[in-house]
Design a protein around this ligand. Structure first.
Ligand code: BG6
Length: 485
């Protein structure tokens, strides 16, 4: 579906996010023929580059990150011709008049993407207001992290909100742009058989794992200030939890959806100084083997002698509402784990009575495994009879649906969907202000409890599943982390 012509201004236009994610995503949209003329993309940063040098740098990035090649050269030329560049100081005075001159008329859709550090969100937003660049048809797109805690998120939201109305603010959580995350909604609300059993009467527990093999990858300065709780849990993990636990929204309309997610966040039972020690586990990786070879530890990666920052978090969360009472949600995420994958596992209750000649606990419970990445798909583990005359021997096997096989195509990058949604003004897959703030209201007491405990994160060797305490966290309840292939 074509989108109306737009001007997209990328602040932080020569940064990592822009080169690795944004331009490649836009280029793919170009290739699919979605843009209409005269759509333009304007990179802004402090560096002094001319337009040709900027285009050349984007071309390099597209060859590296978007597999641009001979076959796509016509699309590539068309894409590069859309690019312009303005050197401007986001926090100072220089360059703003150049930006004004470079922009098309005020009646065009204008999107300002802040691919910068969060410290620049407020200065840029205010400046856009003061310069009169924020028009009726403008939107502003910001990346996480929105703040370091509830108070700073509130301040950022207030400042941006003084220039842009909420409907024009698009807060990205790129997990919401992932195909398989949206598929979670299709699975839950387009299949009559799941929703009736999606509750505490039938579900024993839920697990959400976001495992990465990478370390902090040159982002040490940012990461050491954030840790896994701010980097992953407050946003991506909370969103996965919300989509799994929310009530059916009335429609896919942005506010219906976000109202339901907000209710989940408000229903989370607080974790604070009274219970954090038993409900959470923090870890930090040491040297080990990951990603195919020996790797150094976290302190080496961030160049520090000591650090209290966690690179692994596991938590046991309760959603205190009618649907989920008594159903624990186990979350875990970490860097330098043995495999990269994200999945949501819904563990159902066991059969109530065993008619076969075997101990009752030898029949495993059904599990629904929603593979978010890679190998996106859904597996439903069921019991079946082993073929053969040798009596009733049962096996646990999956009904297995791989999206790549079913659709014969790789899914689009999250940013492709999100950028186009923001241009169109569809906010359903973006975080609303109250959602971000509610997520912080849950996270802040956890962090404060950790700070008060003054215990360093538990060490784990790179390439292992985090500290043993994370296994203990779930096994204490008689359950285990999912280990399907
Ligand atoms: C980002 C985090 O938001 O998500 C990174 O800042 C993390 O630390 C990344 O690596 C994971 O995203 P994905 O899409 O690779 O799962």
């Amino acid at each position: 579906v074509k989108v109306d012509p737009f001007d997209l201004v990328v602040f932080g236009g020569t940064g990592d996010l822009a080169y690795r994610k944004l331009y490649p995503a836009l280029f793919h949209r170009e290739r699919s023929g979605q843009f209409t003329e005269p759509t333009r993309i304007i990179g802004v940063s402090r560096r002094h580059l001319d337009r040709d040098a900027f285009r050349a740098s984007v071309k390099d990035a597209l060859v590296r990150f978007a597999a641009a090649d001979e076959a796509s050269s016509a699309d590539l030329e068309r894409f590069l011709a859309r690019l312009d560049y303005v050197a401007a100081d986001a926090a100072g005075d220089s360059g703003w008049s150049d930006l004004r001159e470079t922009l098309g008329g005020d009646d065009r859709i204008r999107a300002f993407y802040l691919a910068t550090g969060p410290d620049l969100f407020c200065p840029i937003a205010k400046r856009l207001g003061a310069e009169g660049l924020a028009t009726e048809r403008s939107r502003i797109i910001v990346e996480k992290p929105i703040g370091r805690d509830g108070a700073t998120a509130d301040a950022i939201n207030t400042d941006i909100g003084s220039v842009f109305p909420e409907r024009a603010i698009f807060r990205i959580d790129h997990y919401l742009g992932k195909e398989s995350v949206q598929n979670l909604m299709a699975l839950r609300f387009a299949n009559a058989l799941l929703e009736p059993i999606w509750n505490s009467a039938h579900i024993d527990h839920v697990q959400i794992t976001v495992a990465e093999t990478l370390g902090v990858e040159g982002r040490g300065a940012y990461y050491d200030e954030s840790g896994a709780i701010r980097d992953m849990v407050q946003n991506h993990m909370m969103q996965l939890l919300c989509l799994t636990a929310m009530e059916p929204p009335n429609s896919m309309d942005a506010d219906s959806l976000r109202d339901e997610k907000l209710k989940v966040l408000k229903a989370l039972q607080p974790i604070d100084g009274s219970n954090a020690a038993s409900l959470t586990v923090r870890g930090q990786y040491r040297a080990g083997f990951a990603d195919g070879g020996p790797v150094p530890g976290y302190l080496h990666d961030v160049g520090r002698h000591e650090s209290m920052t966690e690179t692994f978090v596991a938590m046991r969360i309760s959603v205190a509402n009618w649907r989920w009472a008594g159903v624990p949600f186990y979350l875990r995420t970490g860097k330098r784990l043995p495999q990269r994958f994200s999945e949501i596992v819904v563990g159902f209750k066991r059969v109530p009575h065993v008619i076969f000649d075997m101990p009752s606990d030898s029949i495993p419970a059904n599990r629904l495994v929603i593979r978010v990445q890679p190998d996106e798909g859904v597996k439903l583990w069921m019991m079946v009879k082993e073929p053969g005359p040798g009596g009733m021997r049962l096996q646990h096997l999956p009904l297995d649906m791989s999206f790549a096989k079913a659709f014969g195509m790789a899914s689009a990058d999250a940013y492709e969907r999100l950028l186009m949604d923001a241009i169109r003004g569809n906010a359903a897959l973006f975080m609303r202000r109250d959602e971000v703030e509610a997520a912080w209201r849950f996270i802040d007491p956890v962090r404060e409890a950790w700070a008060a405990m003054r215990e360093p994160p538990r060490p784990y060797a790179a390439g292992t599943w985090g500290p043993n305490a994370s296994v203990a966290l779930i096994e204490r309840d008689g359950r285990t982390w999912n280990e399907d292939e």
